[in-house]
Design a protein around this ligand. Structure first.
Ligand SMILES: Cc1cc2nc3c(=O)[nH]c(=O)nc-3n(C[C@H](O)[C@H](O)[C@H](O)COP(=O)(O)O)c2cc1C
Length: 190
């Protein structure tokens, strides 16, 4: 399965990148290809034109590269911090550039924050946003609290609950990934 992880912080001192690397590693251990879509690497402008607004073959190379990956995706993991009880702007911007490429694919929301609530308020907003761009969000969330100390220098969790919850979360996510992939093979309504 091809599962891009969309991560949305471009802060110099960003912490969530460790969660993204940890989740990518766990997906790889399940036999998935799981590239991290890091907005520091795939540098998009603040939204001007969506990918679909460009005539075929005229979109910037970075957008073509992302679109090609998203079209191959079997599902997405959204790795979101919480900024002012909301979705980090770099993540919104990354998501907003595309739409049809996400259709008929499940999304798992892994959220985190510096505090005890693990970014769940941003996750609630992602529950509203992701279906609007065509992703199907799975029932469970993966909230990670105290992100600054949740992972060691090897991106391994420092608390047992993280691995336990991640295993359950990915078991559920992969069920939906397989179900949607099987159904997409029969075509989609549009
Ligand atoms: C602009 C801003 C707003 C924040 N708002 C919240 C918040 O509403 N709730 C919370 O628990 N943490 C909040 N934090 C703390 C973040 O959870 C913490 O800094 C986290 O590491 C941010 O993710 P990042 O390091 O991947 O950018 C905020 C941080 C920033 C920079």
């Amino acid at each position: 399965m091809f599962i891009p992880l969309l991560y949305g912080s471009v802060r110099t001192d960003r912490q969530g990148i460790r969660a993204a690397r940890y989740l990518a590693k766990r997906l790889a251990q399940r036999g998935c290809q799981a590239p991290i879509i890091d907005p520091m690497e795939y540098s998009l402008p603040l939204l001007d034109k969506m990918y679909k607004e460009f005539a075929p073959g005229t979109a910037p190379a970075v957008m073509e590269e992302l679109a090609e990956m998203y079209r191959r995706a079997d599902g997405f993991i959204i790795v979101s911090g919480e900024y002012n009880h909301s979705i980090p702007p770099a993540l919104s911007n990354l998501i907003d550039h595309f739409m049809e490429e996400y259709f008929w694919r499940p999304a798992g929301i892994a959220c985190y924050s510096g505090g005890r609530f693990g970014g769940v308020r941003a996750a609630m907003q992602l529950r509203a946003m992701l279906p609007e761009v065509g992703m199907i969000t799975i029932p469970s969330l993966l909230p990670i609290a105290s992100i600054g100390t949740a992972f060691d220098e090897n991106d391994e969790p420092t608390a047992a609950y993280i691995d336990e919850q991640t295993t359950k979360f990915f078991d559920e996510f992969m069920w939906f990934v397989q179900a949607c992939k099987a159904q997409r093979a029969h075509g989609t309504p549009y």
